[in-house]
Design a protein around this ligand. Structure first.
Ligand SMILES: C[S@@+](CC[C@H](N)C(=O)[O-])C[C@H]1O[C@@H](n2cnc3c(N)ncnc32)[C@H](O)[C@@H]1O
Length: 243
């Protein structure tokens, strides 16, 4: 009993130490944006409970949980004749590496630098590269399609609007993003938390998407409507926020 309590105390102390070291490494580097400070402790490289099936990018980013979209994404890209794509954010690229993408250029982007460094080391090739960028603060490279899964759900309204404004500056053609079309209303959160987002209703007011891919989400019946939805970027309403 006492031995167990001591073991648990040691394990908590080790985790706290690990987090403190991570935060201190971050603060030593210059040009760390406020978003990297928020997301690096949660989505950075760390020990996984299940290294085979787990993902640094969270439970929704495993190979299993992305089965439906892994199967449908290549066909959608082909139908749209997309030759170039940005995956923003790419996370740890664990499930996306299983997809045969029919594109000439793939650029993965994330705000967590250690993920980008690890991805470049493990997965970069002539067709594929990874860049350390903040999709709220930076204009993304000009491509045919911006793939934007599971991040607007973590951003405040203000940050979503900034992302939309940057997107419109970038001149890309399509946005494929996470959408909850059955959600009756939206609510604002501080960046870093989570809530579902319905982009067709206030305060976003996107038109009907051109296409959707259901994620066939079963983890929570309330969010069974989770999908990836496609818009032309020039059809998305202009965000009314100062940049
Ligand atoms: C839940 S994960 C999703 C990753 C990936 N899209 C997927 O489907 O597996 C969220 C990712 O968003 C990244 N992120 C959060 N805010 C960001 C920002 N402002 N710019 C770029 N990446 C961001 C986090 O670092 C994290 O890797």
């Amino acid at each position: 009993m006492i031995a167990n309590q001591i073991k648990r105390a040691f394990s908590i102390a080790r985790s706290l130490l690990h987090l403190a070291v991570k935060r201190s490494r971050l603060s030593v580097r210059k040009n760390v944006t406020k978003h990297e400070k928020i997301f690096a402790p949660k989505y950075g490289v760390r020990k996984l409970k299940d290294p085979i099936r787990g993902s640094y990018s969270g439970p929704g980013s495993t190979v299993e949980r992305t089965t439906a979209i892994r199967h449908e994404l290549p066909e959608l890209l082909q139908d749209l004749e997309c030759k170039t794509m940005v995956d923003a954010p790419c996370g740890d690229f664990k499930w996306m590496r299983e997809v045969e993408l029919p594109v000439e250029k793939y650029i993965g982007v994330d705000v967590v630098k250690e993920l980008i460094d690890a991805n470049n080391q493990a997965y970069a090739n002539a067709q594929r590269e990874f860049r350390h960028l903040d999709l709220v603060e930076n204009v993304l490279p000009k491509v045919d399609l911006v793939f934007n899964r599971d991040v607007l759900i973590h951003l405040s309204y203000a940050d979503i609007f900034r992302f939309i404004a940057r997107l419109k500056q970038g001149g890309c053609t399509y946005l494929l993003t996470t959408h909850f079309p059955e959600q009756a209303e939206n609510r604002d959160i501080p960046t870093g938390e989570w809530r579902p987002v319905n982009l067709e209703i206030a305060p976003f007011g996107f038109p009907k998407p051109l296409r959707t891919i259901s994620e066939k989400y079963t983890a929570n019946p309330e969010h069974a409507d989770k999908c990836l939805a496609l818009w032309r970027i020039d059809a998305i309403p202009v965000a009314q926020v100062p940049l």
